[in-house]
Unconditional design. Structure first.
Length: 154
């Protein structure tokens, strides 16, 4: 499988390193990534992490913007200024830098969350709260659609 799926909590060691889950490392290896690109998530206290192709995708989108308008500059500021490369060591660990910790609130543990083509890194409490909010929004959406469907069949 070459998708990032599921989630796992790993402890951060005394040197600030955390092991990337084995099933995520298998995807990284299969895709041939030697470096990981990490970007502060725009709307959540998490890091979006993928290979160089994730950065390439953002840069291709930036290139489509009109150079005389500010959207491309804003996108570049975000993608390049709010991003960093994470190096996997020989044991499959990455360092939780201040850059990552400040945005996520991570202290002693990190949650790795599969998102298909990329994964996210969260602080466990924030991940749990976000998961509850997501499930509530989806349940509300489902209930709304079911009521519309019931009314339509009347």
């Amino acid at each position: 499988m070459d998708r990032f799926l599921s989630n796992a909590v790993n402890r951060i060691d005394a040197k600030g390193r955390v092991s990337v889950p084995a099933h995520f490392r298998a995807v990284v290896q299969k895709r041939g990534y030697s470096d990981l690109y990490a970007l502060r998530a725009l709307d959540a206290p998490a890091m979006d992490v993928g290979g160089p192709d994730l950065l390439d995708r953002y840069e291709q989108r930036i290139a489509q913007e009109d150079p005389f308008l500010g959207a491309g500059d804003d996108m570049s500021f975000f993608v390049h200024g709010e991003g960093t490369f994470l190096k996997l060591d020989q044991d499959g660990r990455i360092t939780m830098s201040d850059f990552v910790r400040e945005h996520t609130g991570i202290t002693t543990e990190a949650v790795f969350v599969g998102r298909g083509a990329f994964f996210q890194i969260w602080e466990p409490g924030r991940f749990e709260a976000h998961g509850k909010a997501v499930r509530a929004r989806l349940a509300s959406l489902r209930q709304g659609r079911e009521s519309i469907g019931a009314r339509a069949s009347e």
